[in-house]
Each structure stands twice: as C-alpha cells, then as structure tokens.
Design a protein around this ligand. Structure first.
Ligand code: FES
Length: 111
C-alpha cells in the first residue's frame, strides 16, 4: 500500500486535502474512485476518451512519472480546466512504490 494525497481546488483557492491508501498496480484513477475521492469523475472508465480524470501532479513525482503518451497528451487538450505542464490523466498513472507520498491537485471542475 502507498499513500496518495489529493488537494481540492475551488475558485482558485486551495481546499481540503484527502489522503488515501492505495494498492500498487492499479491506476491513480482506480484508486481515487475506489476511495470515493470527490473530483475524479472518470466518465470513460479509464479508456482515455473523456479527460474527466485530470489531475496536476506535484514535484518531485511529476518529473518521475513516465512521459504522457501521445494519446494522453492529445486528450488533455479536452480537459475542462486548461492543462498545466504537470497535468496528467489519472487513469494513465500506474501506481508504484516510487509514488508513495505523491500529492496531486484536483481541478475546480472536470466538466
Ligand atoms: S478516465 Fe477517461 S480519460 Fe481517464
């Protein structure tokens, strides 16, 4: 199990922090939805066709992740909130021991 922190952002002010314990081997989106983290909609169920699982990954973890695929990068253009350099689709992040302690921001909206 690893620990992941989600920070909710509403109207550009930092909101609450939710901490979950997740199994490695699943995606960040799967871990978040299993733990009922508000703000991860995941409308497509992880098939890389909705961009409603958008998160912004804090350093040093953002730099440690594999680069987004071309398909992930293209789908990020459809995110409800404009992408940032550290934006990722959480369904494409596979959890590993190296991500223990990762913090991600949730956008104000996914739609
Ligand atoms: S869950 Fe739809 S793109 Fe990630």
């Amino acid at each position: 199990m690893i620990t992941i922190h989600f920070i909710a952002n509403n109207d550009h002010s930092t909101g609450g922090k939710t901490t979950i314990h997740a199994e490695i081997g699943q995606s960040l989106m799967q871990a978040a939805t299993h733990a009922n983290v508000a703000g991860i909609e995941a409308d497509c169920g992880g098939t890389l066709s909705c961009a409603t699982c958008h998160v912004r990954v804090h350093e040093p973890f953002a730099a440690a992740l594999p680069a987004p695929s071309a398909d992930e990068a293209a789908m990020l253009e459809f995110a409800a909130v404009p992408r940032s350099p550290n934006s990722r689709l959480s369904c494409q992040i596979q959890l590993t021991d190296a991500l223990d302690g990762m913090t991600v921001d949730l956008p104000p909206t996914q739609h």
